[in-house]
Design a protein around this ligand. Structure first.
Ligand code: SAH
Length: 218
């Protein structure tokens, strides 16, 4: 193996090790995260940090989440191969790409047209044909494709948005960071039952806020 290939293999080993040490233990999630290289989703200057467990800036003033948080949220979502998943907050597209390995189909929406376009280019280049990325205000969900087996929100809401709760199937699960954007937020797992919703508080997190309306670029 060349020195460069050796170096990349070593960084990927460390990447998977740090995921495990931070609580990502689900074998299917780890396999998905081994298969999907974070490199292409981290453009330009920060590419060198792609395999470090830290959030990084992306276009439109947004961030690609920390890999261990992506892993823990994916694990908490308990995705199966039959599931139709909605992600609110495409960002770089990394989380959607991980979900594409576990779900039947992934719809992902972002309020920034540019982020949706750039993520779609990466999905096409990687042959991830079960992801549909759309520009939309995800606080209203995606009514034309509802209901969903799983919903993941990767921006913080003050409360789980009502339209998203309504678009969850009975038996469905939603994972959403809840709290003020400048305060501690908590990752919440919502499970829908015949008669209502159960809420589990999972862990403190820090996300950019869920903002209503489309971005100025789209
Ligand atoms: N999941 C992403 C990280 C998301 S950062 C990744 O894997 O890289 C949060 C994203 O939520 C940002 O891109 C932001 O534009 C988007 N967002 C914020 N409010 C939104 C809304 N109302 N509808 C859709 N997207 C929204």
């Amino acid at each position: 193996m060349s020195d460069e290939a050796d170096h990349i293999a070593e960084r990927k080993m460390q990447f998977l090790f740090s995921l495990r040490s931070r609580g990502v233990t689900d074998a299917r999630v780890l396999t998905a995260m081994e298969r999907i290289d974070r490199g292409p989703f981290v453009r330009g200057y920060f590419t060198d940090h792609a395999y470090e467990d830290m959030p990084l800036p992306i276009a439109c003033g947004q961030t690609i989440s920390q890999p261990s948080v992506v892993g823990l949220m994916t694990q908490a979502l308990r995705v199966t191969g039959r599931d139709k998943v909605l992600e609110v907050g495409t960002g770089s597209g990394y989380q959607a790409a991980i979900l594409s390995q576990l779900a039947r189909r992934v719809y992902t929406v972002d309020r920034h047209r540019r982020l949706v376009r750039e993520a779609s280019e990466i999905f096409a280049a990687l042959g991830l044909t079960n992801i549909i990325a759309l520009t939309a205000d995800g606080s209203f969900g995606l009514p034309e494709q509802a209901p969903f087996d799983r919903i993941i929100v990767t921006a913080a809401a003050e409360d789980p948005p009502g339209p998203l709760l309504a678009q969850l199937k009975i038996g469905g699960i939603m994972v959403v960071p809840v709290g003020q954007s400048d305060a501690v937020q908590h990752l919440i797992r919502v499970t829908r039952h015949e008669t209502g919703y159960d809420y589990d508080e999972l862990r403190p997190v820090r996300f950019v806020p869920l903002v209503e309306g489309l971005g100025r670029d789209g």
